[in-house]
Design a protein around this ligand. Sequence first.
Ligand code: ACM
Length: 547
Amino acid sequence: MTELIPKPRSVVAGSGEVRLTAHSQIYAGTAAEGVGHWLCAVLRQATGLPLREGRELDDTGGDGIGLQIDSELAPEEYRLVSDSTGVLIEGGSAAGVFWGAQALRQLLGPDAYRRAPLGRDRAWAVPYVTIEDSPRFRWRGLMLDVARHFMPKDGVLRYLDLMAAHKLNVFHFHLTDDQGWRLEIERYPKLTEIGSWRARTKFGHRASPLWEEKPHGGYYTRDDIREIVAYAAERHISVVPEIDIPGHSQAAIAAYPELGNTDVIDTTSLTVWDTWGISKNVLAPTDNTLRFYEGVLEEVLDLFPADAGEFSSFVHIGGDECLKDQWRRSPTAQQRIEALGLGDEDELQSWFIRHFDNWLTARGRRLIGWDEILQGGLAPGAAVSSWRGYDGGITAARTGHDVVMCPEQQVYLDHRQHDGADEPVPIGYVRTLEDVYRFEPVPPELTPEEARHVLGAQVNVWTEVMEDPARVDYQTFPRLAAFAEVAWSSLPAPAERDFADFEHRMTAHYGRLDALGVAYRPPAGPRPWQRRPGVLGRPIDGPPPIV
Ligand code: ACM
């Protein structure tokens, strides 16, 4: 039962077990009460046991599960001891206690992940064990693209639970793109009235001839967002919203045509994009656009408060893949370049980003963007998501910027996980479970001092070819489990990692994923209904793997 994922720093097994019974109690000390509520709720559901909740173990008998802060431990560190006196989880902060509680759930067996007891007469037991554990990286992230295909709110809450079960703590919420705007903004209602849906959708890679001929859409209301942020905070997950500028903005331009380059094209004829790729329709570099997005961000700052989690002060502004074609042809953009004394359109993009960098910094927030934002210089507090490989991250770390490593060659989970013909709509690189297990977030080029700027790593789940939550599960799992171990555990260098041991522990973990209802890719390949015969992906020996 100690086949834990991610692998703890130290596990010493004892002999014996703590039985959970109708008399068992969960008692939580100061600052650990929230974890106590969470643990009581999930274990009552799974076990059907009443599990009394309190502040201290009372003397009415029955084994207890204690949750406490031990300020000698690092904030996310925990110690779990199960012995003849019961179970005690101590953490350096509530987050540490929470990660310990996640380990406890794994110790109880896969049915601890179910939402109701199975009705069999069974014993619930925690084996005697001492676990000491702490994360390698502070930022252990998952980016979910809800713009290409919308993930209804319940699916987002479910993903937060799945992240928590894997000790991941940053949810990068990709809320806007060419194909949809998913966040209700009170002062600009057309962003969701118009921008949140499209009439039809390309089915498969953009070269596919197939269309899903039905409307696709959806958005989160402001209360949905408040709920998501609070739900994440209860699970010690920070939500980092992404509002993509100045590229990937066609849905916003379709809603408010004045945001586009009106002196180049008739932006009133634009619709929310229904196919994939990089749209040429980017924001116009005008004062109107700046004021508009300041208005959007004011509401974003209100909906995503800075104190909701360790990384909640971050706001992601995208900054990737801004095609410059329209700016080259736009007299307005050219006048702006001249008036600002800029060298070219690339510098105009930097000016755009720097504007919001200053704007966010003045409000006590931190900007993070894709590695293209490095071009042109950044304010000291800005951070970079290194996606086009390690280079952006290396440059950022060397120039004193914090980095999240998420290179597309390694941890883009939209990319195929096998080279077989049965993979559904295969795109990108072949990145197997083992490849992800051997992903190393810190490139060897960095000195230890520079490497301190690597806050951590994240996987990115782009959803162009994931039309529903089951497809998202298939691409994300089991690879998320391998990533979680990379981000949490202090593994040796990639070539020395014991993948056989990880695979062995995965046999237990598949049981947990089954109980959680995760539609993962089985080791033997996709189930019949997980295939997409006839839907075009991108050949392996084709051009560079852009979706
Ligand atoms: C990206 O994949 N365009 C960040």
